[in-house]
Design a protein around this ligand. Sequence first.
Ligand code: GTR
Length: 362
Amino acid sequence: MLNELLKERDLPELLTMSDGSPVTAEKWPERRKELLRLLEEGEYGKFPEKLGETRYTEKRRDRTCAGVAVTRQIDVTFPAPDGQDFTFPAMLHVPDSATAENPAPAFVYISFGFPYYTPLEELMDEGVVIAEFCMNSVAHDGEDNWTTLLSPHFYPDGKRPGNGTGKIGMWAFAASRLADVLLSLDFVDPSKLGVLGHSRLGKTALWAGANDERFTHVFSNDSGCSGAAITRKKVGETFPRICQVFPYWFSENMKIHSASIEASESAPFDQHFLLAAVCPRKVYVASATEDEWADPTSEFLACVAASPAWELCGKTGLVAPDRLPEAWDTLAEGNVGYHLRKGIHFLSRHDWIRYIRYLRGE
Ligand code: GTR
């Protein structure tokens, strides 16, 4: 049944190199680079290059969560493309159980603002480190003609080349810089480093995780259009609509593929390329039953369509019965994970707990 549903989407071939030759396991790293290039060129813009060391300073440290954790407020500084330093604030939430002797799994959590969607006491009780930053302290989530925060460091004259990064790329780059910080801490287990975001920040987490191979687990919560959801025959939000409302999230070139539904359905990529670019690492997608704007079926089908990449590399992709998921299904056995929560567009405790279990390898 799932194969039939995928056929109807008429997706671009994942396992054919751009020169028409078949992708082999040996050629996977090369194919992964092609996928990233297609997504850079057509959708998000070039993923920024790291130009030097990331530094941080601690501004404040408090005991939190009834005294079982410490929250550190830090400023993270990295060299921007114009040669100047850029600094953004972040929070490190560290449960007492995370020590050098017992390093903990950790998430970079890209947030809408402190403390949205963050059930911190439960998260600390689960023993995971959370490093969060707010998108609006890196790049303003609105039209600013590239004049505020990180944007003018990329486009000092306000002009952006066709494949110049959009705001999703800037947020994703900041997630990588916060990973630099986490990976310098001895109480973090580098073999369990997740990146997570909800909705527009789920798109961002996928883009960060697709590019930065230090993220071992990549989590997309209700990311929908231009995130985990297949674009071809998607319901709810479409490329034309998202680019009309949020053009600054994407590259200028994305306008080519968002000019019409037909244009979006003949792009040389679809969103299963984004999930597959995480291979051979792990990617996990979650949907909510009432989130029709994101389109749970198209999010699920992207997981199915991306899975052959893992199978080619001798790993399991999504392990799922041959039917569409039902509410509360959790499919977390493979290197592609998925769950369908009942309810609305939201990052809930149910979602967090499943992500934590997946990150821990349970
Ligand atoms: C909506 C947008 C979605 C999703 C959502 C969110 O307005 O259409 O793509 O990103 O915002 O971020 O909450």
